[in-house]
Design a protein around this ligand. Structure first.
Ligand code: G
Ligand code: G
Ligand code: MN
Ligand code: NA
Length: 254
């Protein structure tokens, strides 16, 4: 089983890679950015997915080092991506877990990484799961405000899976909602999807931009666009790709 010690060794050896899943404008079908998703390559060449090592990394605190590696890499990679003619520069989204946001210097460190990479804060999104917003921690809130002040946008990840934080949504500095893929999965031809429609309406009432996750079909992409959902992410367009493959795919849109 993947251990924290193994993860820390993999970080030192350079065996922890960052892949990028395209985020697409639902009206135009063009790529506007990507979500950075971590992958651990074992010595035998096999890949360990985040679900298999993140829970332990969060419990041990190793997720802090992991997150710093991902932020550093994601900012450098995004700074290297081409800007297509007539298009805005792409954004890159990183996931921040509870222990990372509980570090008093999280935002300071992220801003320093932006500077090292020469990436404007406006090009970074930090994704926070709903559960973290529930904690009412002044350290977490301080980090979110400091990131916002640097131009970084904040997304609520897996939205709709943790309704208890509803009240917090109006109190924290948030910009985007990522609708959990369990809601998108309910969108099928000939079937009503009132919960997904309701989640989208709620996000818009809060003046938040919506990214629908787990989009797997043309029907879902069209239905979400018709609901006014701004962006989508999912296998319908592409899985998470190494930065080179991500750029190659992007260049085909030019
Ligand atoms: O990579 P995969 O598609 O299996 O993603 C599973 C989940 O793991 C994602 O939803 C995300 O929340 C989490 N995850 C992926 N990469 C990172 C990372 O770099 N840091 C943190 N904290 N979570 C991540
Ligand atoms: O941060 P988050 O947990 O949402 O990360 C995205 C996760 O969803 C990753 O595990 C990724 O591999 C997975 N994923 C991405 N696109 C799709 C999709 O279209 N369908 C499904 N079922 N999973 C997806
Ligand atoms: Mn995410
Ligand atoms: Na998510």
């Amino acid at each position: 089983t993947p251990t924290t010690r193994g993860l820390l060794q993999a970080l030192e050896r350079g065996d922890v890679h960052v892949h990028y899943q395209p985020v697409v404008d639902l009206r135009t079908g063009t790529t506007t950015g990507a979500e950075a998703l971590v992958r651990w390559t074992r010595e035998d060449g096999s890949t360990v997915m985040p679900g298999d090592f993140l829970p332990q990394a969060e419990a041990s605190g190793a997720v802090v080092q992991l997150g710093r590696h991902v932020v550093e890499r994601a900012c450098a990679d995004a700074a290297s991506w081409p800007v297509l003619p007539g298009r805005a520069a792409l954004t890159v989204a990183v996931n921040a877990s509870g222990p990372e946001l509980a570090e008093a210097d999280y935002a300071t460190w992220v801003v320093a990484a932006l500077h090292r990479a020469g990436l404007p804060g406006e090009r970074l999104v930090v994704e926070v799961v709903e559960g973290v917003l529930d904690e009412r921690s002044p350290v977490v809130a301080g980090n979110l405000h400091a990131l916002r002040a640097a131009g970084v946008r904040i997304a609520v990840d897996d939205f709709g899976t943790g309704w208890s934080s509803m009240a917090r949504l109006g109190q924290l500095p948030l910009d985007l909602l990522k609708v959990d893929r369990s809601f998108v999965a309910a969108v099928e031809p000939g079937r009503e999807a009132p919960v997904c429609a309701g989640v989208i309406a709620l996000a818009h009432a809060l003046d938040l931009t919506i990214v629908a996750e787990g989009v797997e079909t043309a029907h879902q992409a069209a239905w979400l666009a018709a609901q006014g959902c701004e962006e989508g992410q999912g296998w319908w367009w592409a899985p998470a790709l190494p930065t080179g493959a991500f750029v190659a795919r992007l260049e085909q849109e030019a």
